[in-house]
Design a protein around this ligand. Sequence first.
Ligand code: SF4
Length: 186
Amino acid sequence: MWRDVNSIKYIWHYLVFNKEISSSRTDRDIEKLIAEKIALIKEIESATEFPPRESSVCNWCSYQSICPLWKHLFVIESLPEKEVLQEKGIQLVDRLERLQSERRGIETQIEETKEALFEYSDMEGMDRIFGSAKMAKIKREIKLSFPDSNDEKRIELEKVIKESGKWNEVSSLNLIKLAKKIEEGV
Ligand code: SF4
């Protein structure tokens, strides 16, 4: 292809930022790229397993009907309308969702009951409350709690620590982020 062309320059036009970025390849770069692509083609041709990897291209993929990630939708679509809710997969997922929702409800009730028990024990000055079969021990302790990294108050906390000059005493190196930066060649 284009045998009379001796060198190629790539130019990316970033119209939004009104910027041009150009780059070129030496013959060695191109040979390396060709070797890499040929190796990749061989790897693909010799593959016997094709694990699914969900991505934005799934929306246009013509293998969805046999893909483990999507084929259940095709099974459902092939059923007569009155049989859809009887399908085993749908029933199992619906049951799981129902049970998880019940569990969330029960967990909320447990927390509310503990809170009420604590208030009662506080008001009556009792550290053991007896039920008809079981007894609840009330323990009081002060626990420090800090906003986690997703909490917007976390930024405020970090600012306060930095301003107090204590940042180096309480923070430590994040090895996962360090490894990522090294992998990215930063
Ligand atoms: S739908 Fe296609 S692209 Fe998406 S995981 Fe399945 S096979 Fe891959």
